[in-house]
Design a protein around this ligand. Structure first.
Ligand code: GDG
Length: 479
């Protein structure tokens, strides 16, 4: 049964995501604090929610704790509780050890366990109930990402009056891969509960439409699926972006400018600074890029006196086995390269396994000459866009994997196949030796793309289409 919250508690616009934008953390002295939760989804949606009279439904990051809804900076936050076992089975299990590798081309082996699926069902139902309880009559509910693919259908069953959107932040895989999933029909049906299903790229939308036809025998015409109950659902691409102006402004503050200079000095003023910034994740191609840089140093193509690589790897999903293995492998690789080629005070690679404030990110983007973004598969990749937005000097080069969604938009990057280490090395060298005018020409075009297609435009496009999806519903205030 849907929880009926008192009218004033309810909201016209509701975001439902696995995580709240803030995590509850208990400090060593026992006091409780709230921190911005990590990752691309929060970076993207925070500015969309800013100033909206809306609600955000999500887990608060602490297992076995039930919290009452509260308001933070005008935003209603509705915490959804998860038990320790649910964190293991729904989040670390089905979401991050089944769906995540499967949806990223199977770059790690997806595991299928029936009890993980059962937990996924239970938790999706809980999120649907929480959303049903907070959404006002005829409200718009926007469900986010792969952890909650059953929520659209479960929510529609409870609240047929709602307008429901869904956005998938990660790639939607080719049908051949998706069909491995024992619960493939349930997932497709779950998503079809939405009026509008958004993907990063047109290819993802096409994969989904093919499955709706093939698995559920639905009628499709163009991007529209006709459902047996007379409804329609549309599947379209909405490439996500960032608050470009906010990043640019941050990069221009005296503190960040000064910090960027300090980082350059701490590195020993190398001629070329290469930079990588990622959650520590096996989809991000961190090993490949470090190996490429290590070989360039070992072969003498780059001189460790002149070139430095800074790699930020933000801790992520640390209890999932694949992530533990990856961390060990990268530790070993970096240790080996620095051990073989460094001298006192000059390790060629500065490896930081920690998380930093956004200002520090902006300072790093400003310091770098060459940003190296080499995922084996990535829905979009916001880091590439953040680097571009922070380049107030109009300089700097981006080496970017063809397999990131961002490659379809930042076409003036040095595009690489991250599996091809020799090709990667060649592109890193090409970027490092490009004439200033060439670098600036490419950067100008990429900045134009990012500033014209920022996060507001993304949200506007999605929400405008969602409004049209149900012409009988009353106009809302989300525009
Ligand atoms: C998913 C999809 C898609 C990283 N370390 C720190 C930090 N970050 C921030 C970055 C950036 C975000 O996290 C990472 O976003 P990405 O897009 O690069 O990657 P995912 O986390 O995998 O995001 C992705 C995205 O969703 C949005 O749809 O683009 O394809 O996989 O904003 O700056 N931020 C701070 N400290 C860190 O140490 N403050």
């Amino acid at each position: 049964m849907a929880r009926k919250a008192p009218q004033p508690e309810r909201a016209d616009f509701v975001v439902v995501a696995n995580r709240l934008p803030v995590d509850r953390v208990v400090l060593p002295d026992g006091t409780v604090d709230w921190r911005t939760s990590p990752g691309g989804l929060v970076t993207a949606l925070e500015p969309v929610m800013h100033g909206q009279d809306g609600a955000w439904v999500g887990w608060h990051g602490a297992p076995d704790e039930t919290l009452e809804p509260f308001t933070d900076d005008g935003l209603k936050l509705v915490p959804v509780p998860l038990s320790t076992q649910e964190v293991e089975e729904y989040y670390e299990g089905f979401s991050n050890a089944t769906l995540w590798p499967l949806y990223h081309d199977g770059v790690a082996f997806p595991e299928f366990h029936r009890e993980w699926w059962d937990a996924y069902l239970t938790v999706n139902r809980r999120f649907a109930e929480a959303a049903a309880g907070i959404a006002d009559d005829g409200a718009t509910v926007w469900v986010q990402d792969y952890q909650l693919q059953l929520v659209p259908q479960m929510l529609r069953e409870r609240r047929p009056d709602l307008r429901i959107g869904f956005f998938l932040h990660i790639p939607f895989p080719p049908t051949e891969l998706f069909l491995q999933l024992p619960w493939r029909r349930e997932i497709v049906a779950g998503l079809l509960g939405a009026d509008l299903i958004g993907f990063q790229l047109p290819g993802g939308a096409q994969n989904f439409l093919r499955l709706a036809r093939g698995q559920l025998r639905m009628d499709t015409k163009g991007d529209t699926v006709r459902l047996p109950d007379g409804r329609t659902a549309r599947a379209r691409a909405y490439p996500i972006s960032i608050d470009a102006r906010a990043f640019e402004e941050m990069a221009g503050t005296p503190e960040v400018v000064q910090r960027a200079e300090q980082i350059h000095a701490d590195l020993g003023h190398p001629k070329t600074v290469f930079l990588g910034v990622d959650r520590l994740d096996y989809t991000k191609g961190i090993k490949q890029r470090i190996r490429a840089f290590g070989e360039l140093i070992a072969e003498g193509a780059l001189d460790p006196e002149d070139a430095a690589f800074v790699q930020v790897a933000t801790p992520s999903r640390e209890r999932v086995e694949e992530y533990k293995l990856l961390r060990d492998e990268i530790d070993r690789l970096v240790g080996q390269i620095n051990g073989d080629t460094g001298r006192i005070g000059r390790p060629p690679i500065t490896y930081l396994h920690s998380s930093f404030p956004r200002e520090e990110m902006a300072a790093l983007y400003t310091t770098a000459d060459i940003m190296v973004v080499t995922p084996l598969r990535d829905g979009m990749n916001l880091v590439a866009k953040e680097f571009v937005a922070c380049r107030r000097d109009g300089d700097g080069a981006l080496v970017l994997s063809e397999f990131a969604g961002a490659a379809k938009e930042l076409k003036q990057a040095y595009l690489v196949n991250p599996y091809d280490i020799n090709g990667l090395k060649a592109s890193m060298m090409e970027a490092a030796s490009a004439p200033e005018a060439e670098r600036k020409r490419r950067m100008r075009a990429m900045r134009k793309q990012v500033f014209e297609n920022d996060i507001d435009r993304w949200a506007d496009r999605f929400l405008t289409d969602l409004k049209q999806a149900d012409p009988t519903a009353e106009a809302d205030q989300t525009g």
